[in-house]
Design a protein around this ligand. Sequence first.
Ligand code: SF4
Ligand code: SF4
Length: 294
Amino acid sequence: MPEITVISGKGGTGKTTVTAAFVHLAGNAVLCDLDVDAPDLPLILRPTREVAVDFRAGHVAVIDPSRCNACGFCMDICRFGAIVAADGEYAVNPLACEGCKACVALCPAGAIDFPVRRCGRRYRSQTRFGPLIHAQLFPGAENSGLLVSELRREARELAVTTGRKIILSDGAPGIGCPVISSLTGTQLAVLVTEPTPSGRHDLERVAELTARFEVPAAVILNKADLGGPAAGAVREACAARGLPIIAEIPYDPGVTAAMVAGQTVTEAGIEAVAAPLRAAWSAILELTAARRAA
Ligand code: SF4
Ligand code: SF4
């Protein structure tokens, strides 16, 4: 089952715009938004939610006031400053609790519970292009890498049960744990960048990551006509790493209008942008086929 993940070294490069166009062009894909901190794909695809489940990971301490004798010992032993006291009552700040369980084990009154932490929500939705797997991590919640892994597993299962032939994912920005979870085992990473010094720098970082995990990669240079010398520097960096540039997309103000209207750029018929993206999608299919044949 080919899995293609679109990533970028940072946010704001047009990653979701590109992914949404590929979603339209793919036709028979299971769609996945792996940016669990700030999922943008649903803003364009406007999905209808069919299934929603809690994402639970780790534990958090919770003081039961009916059992607490207000001795203050837990506050002394918590190394993370997660226990707070007000008016003689003790409580745990869940955003500061690291789940080390020390207070639970040492509370002399046995007053601290240790339930599983609710970190976010996972969704299975339907869009006009097919099923979408996505999630939203709660503010301050952790374990985004684990959540990304769960989304990918669900997408694979859904692809098998629905007979869809490809999994197309909008990855998380950056190079952290959720991006690594997005990448491992995929057939192709599509790296979206922009022609600026920071764009080139972030492209180099994410290219390093794909190389380390032995994931084949190809580059899309967005707003290529605005960069001048910086665009040349991105091309040189790609050539030095042997990374193919499969599309150079010009800046077009119609892209923003299409996104606001909930349309992909290929649906909206913005040809200056849509034509290179169609060529890029053909190149992606060829690269993944070659990878599978190898
Ligand atoms: S150690 Fe236990 S009994 Fe003492 S303040 Fe903390 S929760 Fe309450
Ligand atoms: S579980 Fe650990 S981090 Fe959380 S409140 Fe207790 S001692 Fe602090």
